[in-house]
Design a protein around this ligand. Structure first.
Ligand code: ADP
Ligand code: F6P
Length: 477
């Protein structure tokens, strides 16, 4: 009941995400510092929250007590502490070994462990309690992503007065796949605590509505679900699509600075002034299709179609989820493949593939995008893929070409890319060649159209649309 609820807070907007926008890192000498957290959620929400007087609830990325609330930039950060065991069960286990593969077309088999779900529930409750204690009466609480699907219902119980939105940054699977989840009803009931559920694509929202009908026997109508409440009452929950985007204007400005443009030229010089620079930028994740991309590239090398020093591939692979077994295996496979390709096809001082397992600042990323003739974005499945949008945004020179997997959310908007099916290695090789060889005027037209699209549908429009829909969602308390 309200009497037992945590104290109300003062924030009119509370964002709840598994991670804070910054990670706490302790160096070997014991120095503690904060660095930008990985991933598209942080890229997008950081620009949304800058200048808003809202709170951001999230985990600090390491085990132990939560630090006291602090400000970063002009964001008010409220950390949630997780123990080592909770990191194993909630984050590495249930979020990233159960839900992540299940929601990405079971590219690797999901693992179902009861202990992990218990940890997920405990941690979700902690996030809900912190959010409940910060939200002002009638505030808006915006919950993010698959790690926090139980939070909406938990929060509604604690604070029935607040508006609750949830946005899924990743795909939502078809009912046949989702049905495998032993805790499928808990998850759906957790989500249905929200007023508005946002998905990347219409198809994801439709998958969710089908799950409500088939697995919970609920009635759906025109993008809404009727949820039985106490007595004869029903609540109406809306499920819609809101394709996420980037802060296009600020990235475009950054890419136009003389420093970034000079750095892009320097990168090409450092690579030996090749004719063709190909680039991949991803978290080192099996959903990103990095192995398929490397296979296609290796075959183009062995077929003699491409060869260093005229062609080089730069693969930036951000360290990610480094203790989860599928990620450990992927890293080994990628590193073996890169080593083999360089051994077989490189020359002294001229590797075939430059592999960088590191994170970079925004300016360096923009310079890499500007330096690349062909950007390879080849996920097997991806909710959106912001890298694709960042690449076209940086190409104010109308140069470059984007090879884009049809299995990304981005392909729904960037249909002037060179679209590929990454499972089809011959098709992928053909598409890479096509992107390299296409008429420059044609490439410029494609790039200009894509850049305009992202400039128009940018992240502030995405956030504005979501928050307006949340405000207008049915059943205002
Ligand atoms: P995901 O959320 O699955 O990681 P996205 O493509 O949507 O994938 O978002 C990735 C974000 O992380 C982009 O903003 C991209 O620029 C950034 N990023 C990727 N790799 C690096 C890196 N090595 N250093 C810095 N930022 C990176
Ligand atoms: O959007 C997908 C996502 O999982 C985000 O939730 C997350 O912030 C990002 O990728 C990076 O993953 P992680 O937080 O596990 O490092």
């Amino acid at each position: 009941t309200r009497d037992q609820s945590p104290a109300e807070g003062t924030y009119e907007l509370v964002v709840v995400a598994n991670r804070l926008p910054v990670d706490r890192v302790t160096d070997d000498d014991g120095t503690v510092r904060w660095q930008q957290s990985p991933g598209g959620l942080v890229t997008a929400m950081q620009s949304v929250m800058t200048g808003q007087d809202g709170a951001w609830v999230g985990w600090s990325g390491d085990p132990g007590e939560a630090p006291e609330p602090f400000d970063s930039g002009d964001m008010h950060l409220h950390a949630v502490g997780l123990t080592e065991q909770e990191i194993e069960d909630h984050y590495e286990g249930f979020s990233n070994e159960t839900l992540w593969p299940l929601y990405h077309d079971v590219i690797v088999p999901p693992r179902f462990r009861r202990r992990w779900f218990d940890g997920y529930r405990t941690v979700n409750r902690r996030f809900a309690e912190v959010a409940a204690s910060l939200a002002a009466p009638g505030a808006t609480v915006w919950v993010h992503d698959y790690q926090l699907q139980l939070v909406p219902a938990m929060l509604r119980e604690l604070r029935p007065d607040v508006r609750i939105g949830w946005f899924n940054h990743i795909p939502f699977p078809g009912v046949e796949i989702f049905a495998q989840l032993p805790w499928r009803k808990h998850v759906v009931q957790g989500l249905l605590g929200a007023d508005l559920l946002g998905f990347q694509r219409r198809a994801d929202a439709d998958n969710f509505l089908r799950v409500c009908r088939r697995l919970l026997g609920l009635h759906t109508r025109g993008g809404t679900v009727e949820v039985p409440g106490p007595g004869d009452s029903t609540r109406v929950v809306r499920a819609s699509s809101f394709p996420i985007s980037i802060d296009a204007a600020s990235l475009s400005d950054l890419a136009r600075t003389p420093e970034v443009m000079e750095r892009a030229r320097q990168i090409r010089r450092d690579l030996g002034d090749p004719e063709h620079v190909l680039l991949g930028v991803d978290r080192l994740d099996y959903t990103k299709g990095i192995r398929h991309r490397l296979k296609a590239y290796e075959e183009l090398l062995s077929d003699g179609v491409l060869a260093p020093p005229q062609a080089v591939l730069v693969q930036v692979a951000t360290p990610s989820r480094e203790r989860v077994s599928a990620y450990i295996q992927l890293r080994e496979q990628v590193e073996v493949t890169v080593g083999r390709a360089n051994g077989d096809f490189g020359h002294l001082g001229m590797p075939a593939i430059h592999y960088l397992h590191q994170s970079y600042g925004r300016a360096e990323m923009a310079a890499m995008f500007l330096a690349a003739d062909v950007m390879l974005v080849t996920p097997l499945r991806d909710g959106m893929n912001l890298v694709a949008k960042e690449y076209v945004t940086c190409r104010h020179d109308d140069g470059g070409a984007l090879v884009l997997s049809e299995f990304t959310g981005a392909a729904g908007e960037l249909d002037r890319a060179f679209i590929c099916n990454p499972h089809d290695i011959d098709g992928l090789k053909y598409t890479i060649r096509h992107a390299l060889d296409a008429d420059p005027a044609e490439k410029r037209r494609r790039m200009r159209a894509m850049r305009r699209r992202v400039a128009e549908y940018d992240v502030s429009r995405w956030a504005g649309d979501f928050l307006a829909a949340l405000d207008a969602a049915p059943d205002r308390p």
